[in-house]
Design a protein around this ligand. Structure first.
Ligand SMILES: [Zn+2]
Ligand SMILES: [Zn+2]
Length: 119
């Protein structure tokens, strides 16, 4: 591949924005990637900032899932424990607590698995 702007000069890389070949003279380095010098430097910088922001957001989403998992897990265990403890006296009503507890524990596991995807 040759430089898009100098067809006789071999390219050293491609612009991240327009994917055209660039020779050393036309290539500008923006945040460790190449851009057309004087043409797409700003665009590539924006692209890179967007990617960095997405990474940051998904990491934050991951920690939210983990926090939900902890919360659901604790509340679910409390409900299930209370239900088991009261089973003798409350009968069917205690069963509802246990069911709610199991549901919350299930939600905790689902959140935990979802949160792990972002690691
Ligand atoms: Zn060139
Ligand atoms: Zn370009």
């Amino acid at each position: 591949m040759n430089c898009f702007y100098h067809p006789s000069v071999p390219a050293v890389g491609v612009c991240k924005y327009c994917q055209r070949g660039l020779c050393p003279e036309c290539a500008a380095v923006v945040d460790d990637v190449l851009a057309c010098k004087g043409r797409h430097e700003d665009e590539v910088r924006q692209l890179e900032q967007l990617t960095a922001r997405n990474l940051f957001q998904s990491r934050r989403a991951g920690s939210v899932y983990m926090r939900n998992a902890t919360f659901y897990g604790l509340v679910g265990a409390a409900f299930a424990g209370f239900g088991l403890w009261q089973l003798k006296w409350l009968g069917l009503q205690a069963g509802l607590f246990i069911a709610l507890g199991v549901f919350l524990l299930y939600a905790a596991i689902a959140n935990y698995l979802e949160g792990r995807k972002y690691k």
